[in-house]
Ligand binder design. Sequence first.
Ligand code: ADP
Ligand code: MG
Length: 155
Amino acid sequence: MTGFEQDLPDVETTIIWGRHLGARLQRGDLVVLTGDLGAGKTTLTRGIGEGLGVRGAVSSPTFVLAREHPSVSGGPALMHVDAYRLNGPQEIDDLDLPVEDCVTIVEWGENRVEHLAESRLHIALGPDGDGRRATIQGVGPRWTDATIADLAIDA
Ligand code: ADP
Ligand code: MG
């Protein structure tokens, strides 16, 4: 396991960091987002969608549990999941998420979706003054010191 902390002093930085992540995420990657309501999970996902180059505005998936945003450039789609109302691995499995074919980002994913992939990027967002701070941890063979270090930006 390897990781780092990322300062996100304002919304713009969160979007810029999301774009940076989106440009580096690959088909099959699973990102598990943690943080209270308003922590910035959806804002970060919006930036990741921009970095991946996917179609459709990323918003809070309030009425849908999972929304797929296809790529506009032949890259992987973004599967944006809100697991808040899902309890237990069975309800997650019932979604039949095509994790191997997409970049999958799960808000409220901690302790719900770990069984879906051997490698995972865990991002915990929390308050830091007027802004936010993210704690990033990579689990599994996909995330090495090098692939994790490449995810940080100066902020
Ligand atoms: P979540 O999906 O975790 O509930 P949202 O991304 O929907 O959170 O909302 C985050 C809220 O916090 C927005 O109203 C945004 O303007 C505000 N905010 C303040 N600072 C930041 C920051 N650094 N990054 C993201 N959002 C921020
Ligand atoms: Mg949200």
